[in-house]
Write a protein that binds this ligand. Structure first.
Ligand SMILES: Cc1ncc(COP(=O)(O)O)c(C=O)c1O
Length: 443
């Protein structure tokens, strides 16, 4: 049978493709019903940090469901929620100690927007509600999160529904938005935040949100030294909260528990998702400082928020099991070396004329494609270059995560490579082999 729209009742996310039916996952591999093997080179959307089919996680889900599968977050707590809170808390940057558990990354971003707003509301600054974000960012697809997301194609159909949140350009050194060169640029892309705040009115801005390493929209964009520190300095100057969106870059993906740690920046709010559960269960979090939550309590109020599935006992049991797995296998520590090896091997691909840039940190990496290596001219969108790469790689048994439209809102091609952190060196070689085969076949 072919799983393809319009057959059956499933409203597929892609209406133009045939879906292989996956039967089983094991480590970095997926197997479909016909026995075809796929190397999961992107862990879905950089989600599957501990790999597929890790038996212990499955048992932990069953154990928790056997005890209690659900309680409401306003009525009860469970050992799984308390234990996971404790364990995750021990990994967090100092000062970030209050964890609001949720189900997905967009939800955690929504919670961050609302928490920042309510914090100022309760602090006698109710006019502070706008959050600044960046173009070429990804913060989610719900309307609040999409208002922050700087991906033109995802925003376009919904523009009338979006909130007027201002955006600044990203630290995209490969195509500097200011046509400058680091370090002589003096970090213009960070300084521009201050200009924007002044023009918009600092008294109207509650927070700045950034992905410390840019993800799904721009592909493993590592900021230049000093950039995040500069942003934080500006936020502090204007009393604006700094939100780190670590939904993709967090949970060990870049070789530290959280990417901000590479630059010694501690945010006021951090949002997590994806790798928290390694994909085994929907789980995310909005995390902030105790003193901010105290402010609400002293005002005799709560965070006016919540979902049916927030603070979920099974999700937290999964989170705990994933965290233990991380520690047992030293996945964060080993990610550094594996990431270096992966990047070194990816660099070899620059010999292909359509590889413009190779970038990343830890096991969060990307390849940007160009029509011309010298001029960096992108492929015209109608050539669907990324789709061709991804489809051919898929045929060859390699899963990649695509991104398009980041050069000018229409053009721009890249794929992300972010395999499970359990990947071994010889498997990285296999991944590179499949990429080379794919690139050769592309001609
Ligand atoms: C940085 C970042 N923030 C937020 C989200 C939204 O998460 P979700 O798709 O779980 O809603 C994503 C998803 O890719 C992401 O990469």
């Amino acid at each position: 049978m072919e799983y393809k729209y319009p057959r059956g009742n499933v409203f597929y996310r892609k209406l133009d493709r045939v879906y292989p039916l996956i039967h089983r996952g094991e480590g970095i591999y997926l197997y479909d019903e016909k026995g075809k093997r796929y190397l999961d080179g992107s862990g879905g959307a950089l989600v599957v940090n501990i790999g597929h089919g890790q038996g212990d996680i499955f048992q932990k889900i069953l154990d928790q469901m056997g005890q209690v599968g659900y309680v409401h977050g306003t009525q009860f707590t469970t050992k799984s929620i308390e234990e996971y809170g404790e364990a995750l808390g021990s990994k967090l940057p100092s000062g970030l100690n209050k964890i609001y558990f949720l189900s997905g990354g967009s939800e955690s971003v929504e919670a961050a927007i609302k928490f920042a707003r309510q914090y100022f509301y309760e602090s006698g600054e109710p006019q502070r509600w706008r959050v600044v974000s960046r173009w070429n960012s990804y913060h989610g697809n719900t309307l609040g999160a999409l208002s922050l997301t700087g991906r033109a194609g995802a925003r376009r159909p919904y523009l009338p529904l979006l909130l007027p949140f201002p955006h600044i350009p990203p630290p995209y050194c490969y195509r500097c938005p200011f046509e400058m060169v680091y370090p002589s640029c003096g970090l213009e892309c960070a300084k521009v935040l201050e200009k924007l705040i002044q023009m918009e009115g600092p008294e109207t801005i509650s927070a700045l949100i950034v992905e410390p390493v840019g993800g799904a929209t721009i592909g493993a964009l590592v900021p230049p030294e000093g950039y995040l520190q500069k942003l934080q300095e500006i936020c502090k100057r204007y009393g604006i909260l700094f939100i780190a969106d670590e939904v993709m870059s967090g949970m060990g993906r870049t070789g530290k528990w959280f990417a901000v740690e590479h630059w010694n920046v501690t945010p006021d709010i951090m949002v997590l998702g994806k790798g928290m559960s390694g994909g085994y269960f929907p789980l995310s979090a909005m995390i902030t400082r105790g003193e901010f939550v105290d402010r609400l309590q002293k005002k005799g109020t709560n965070f006016v928020h919540g979902h049916t599935f927030s603070h979920h006992p099974v999700a937290c049991a999964v989170g705990m099991a994933v965290l233990k797995f991380f520690d047992e296998k030293r996945l964060v520590e080993t990610c550094v070396e594996k990431g270096r090896y992966l990047l070194r091997r990816l660099e070899e691909l620059r010999e292909f004329p359509f590889v413009g840039d190779v970038r990343g940190k830890g096991l969060m990496t990307a390849i940007e494609f160009v029509k011309d290596q010298k001029t960096k001219e992108p492929f015209p969108r109608r050539e669907r270059f990324t789709e061709r790469v991804v489809d051919l790689a898929f045929e060859n048994g390699l899963v990649l995560y695509p991104g398009t439209g980041f050069v000018d809102g229409v053009n721009g091609d890249m794929v992300m490579i972010g395999p499970p952190l359990i990947i071994e060196e010889n498997q990285i070689d296999e991944l590179i082999g499949l990429l080379k085969k794919t690139f050769l076949e592309l001609g």
